[in-house]
Design a protein around this ligand. Structure first.
Ligand SMILES: Cc1cc2nc3c(=O)[nH]c(=O)nc-3n(C[C@H](O)[C@H](O)[C@H](O)COP(=O)(O)O)c2cc1C
Length: 172
């Protein structure tokens, strides 16, 4: 068993891409959070907005790994309404008090995700030891070629390497 557990939720795949890139850079077990009731189409999007605003708990499919078995749990998700998304909130509440060390990564369009990191720390009942913020435009640059895209892509890969180093140092 690895010392690091990477747990993430992704609705449209951007955070999944980051989770995979982190998992390629650092040895870890990986758990993707899935809701019992999937959010699909227009109705799913409306529900996502309301659940985020109201901080509604959401039922998750059973998970495989126990966070208390790991030195470090790396939690990831998209930013929804300036905060962590309901599936991540539900996971953190389910496992409250079981985290030795927590790190956080997120994908977002534009907003400053500082509040999300603070709220995650409160839910984990521990400080967030490392943080990685990835903008959608950085991930979109992975699929394109061009001067500015090359720069964004290089910046993204550099951030992944730095984050992986930070995770390794915490877990050691
Ligand atoms: C319901 C909802 C709320 C969102 N709220 C924000 C926000 O407050 N700030 C932001 O920068 N992006 C926001 N976004 C954009 C997502 O954070 C962004 O598209 C993210 O990369 C999606 O990740 P995913 O593909 O892993 O689901 C929101 C998206 C949705 C669906």
């Amino acid at each position: 068993m690895a010392d690091i557990l990477l747990v993430y939720y992704s609705h449209t795949g951007f955070t999944r891409q980051v989770a995979r890139d982190i998992a390629d850079a650092v040895s870890c077990d990986v758990e993707e959070l899935k809701e019992l009731k999937q959010r699909r189409g227009y109705r799913g999007l409306i529900r996502a907005f309301f659940d985020s605003i109201l901080k509604t708990a959401t039922a998750l499919q059973a998970t495989e790994y126990e966070p208390e078995d790991y030195t470090l749990v790396v939690v990831g998700g998209p930013i929804w309404i300036d905060d962590i998304p309901p599936p991540v909130r539900s996971y953190m509440l389910q496992h409250r008090g079981k985290f030795k060390n927590v790190a956080w990564f997120c994908t977002c369009k534009s907003m400053d995700p500082e509040r999300a990191a603070q709220n995650l720390g409160k839910l984990a009942r521990t400080d967030v030891r490392a943080q990685l913020i990835v903008m959608r435009r950085e991930l979109e640059s992975l699929r394109r070629e061009g001067g500015h895209d090359n720069e964004l892509r290089a910046n993204y890969h550099e951030k992944i390497v730095e984050f992986a180093h930070a995770l390794g140092a915490i877990a050691d």
